[in-house]
Design a protein around this ligand. Structure first.
Ligand SMILES: [Zn+2]
Length: 325
């Protein structure tokens, strides 16, 4: 049937309306909500509300994968024996609220809204910041939620790229390390960051592998300066009263525990292609995500830091009505 010209035309028309008769079978479905245009101000849920996408109109995407609380019986708990890896199940307390508060403070400051993509499943049911096998542990319902999660992030990246040409994803997490500072993950491990600025700048492979590759290539600053110079994201956070590593005053972990970035930063950052870069933001609890006032302060600090960071290095103006360059 589809070989006939008339039928092919009808098929194209149907695809254009968002109804795809050739959709894949139920075992590997697209997200259940796939409107042609996502509306800012609405929330789109995956099956059973396990994942959520709130579209925005800013060149910024906020994600949280480890803050969920849903523990449905249909999904077995993840264990190291079944899933491989470490099968970490600890919740990053209040990180869903942290993403939403940051979204609101950003909107209040700039009049534009970051995209937000959330996992509401508890981490013992799904870890979307891990490769698929360890993430969903072979369970069909968890695997579907994972596919929906990635599809929502892909949609946010597509929208940012279409609107602004480039943008930044912040993947929000919580750590319980002894040093109460933000750990900004660019897919460089602690030992790599311990190198001197000259060594970082001399090794093009490090920039290539980083989650901010395209941003670094476009920036007037050197790679090391982008990571920990006077206008680095960590330095700008510190200036807002939120200590961070790497930054000008705290250039590398120097042997302390440090999270360098996971699957979200790898898969949805620009090291994997495209011009939406990513940074994993690991936050301490006290003063950042412990209560509503802390989360609002973090949202304000993030907004101020992003404003200067993205303007300085990428020519992006975050305020509504401002030109892109
Ligand atoms: Zn986490």
């Amino acid at each position: 049937m589809r070989a006939r010209p008339a039928a092919a035309g009808a098929l194209l028309l149907l695809v254009g309306c968002g109804s795809d008769p050739a959709a894949p079978p139920a075992e590997a479905p697209p997200p259940p909500t796939t409107p042609a245009v996502y509306e800012v101000g609405r929330a789109y849920l995956g099956r059973e509300g396990y994942v959520e996408y709130r579209p925005g109109d800013a060149p910024v995407i906020l994600t949280a994968t480890h803050g969920g609380a849903l523990a449905p019986a249909e999904i077995p708990d993840r264990t190291a024996a079944r899933c491989g890896g470490e099968a970490t199940t600890a919740t990053d307390l209040n990180t869903v609220a942290l993403a939403l508060a940051t979204r609101e403070r950003y909107r209040a400051r700039f009049g534009r809204t970051p995209h937000v993509v959330l996992v509401h499943l508890a981490r013992r049911k799904l870890d979307a910041n891990r490769p698929a096998g360890e993430a969903a542990c072979g369970d069909a319902a968890a695997g579907r939620a994972l596919a929906e999660w990635h599809a929502f992030v892909d949609e946010a990246r597509r929208a940012v790229t279409a609107a602004s040409g480039r943008g930044l994803l912040l993947d929000l997490h919580g750590h319980a390390h002894a040093v109460p500072r933000l750990e900004l993950g660019y897919l460089l491990d602690g030992a790599q960051l311990d190198a001197s600025d000259a060594a970082l700048d001399a090794d093009a492979g490090l920039e290539d592998a980083s989650s901010v590759r395209e941003l670094s290539r476009a920036a007037p600053a050197s790679f090391a300066a982008l990571l920990r110079g006077s206008a680095a994201l960590g330095t700008l956070y510190a200036r807002q009263g939120v200590p961070a590593v790497p930054s000008a005053s705290d250039p590398s972990p120097r042997g302390a525990p440090y999270f360098s970035g996971g699957e979200t930063t790898r898969r949805h950052g620009c090291a994997a292609g495209g011009t939406v870069c990513a940074v994993q933001v690991e936050a301490p609890l006290a003063g950042v995500r412990d209560d509503a006032a802390s989360r609002d302060r973090f949202g304000d600090a993030t907004s101020a830091a992003l404003e200067e960071f993205l303007r300085t290095h990428w020519g992006l103006r975050l305020a509504a009505g401002a030109g892109a360059r």
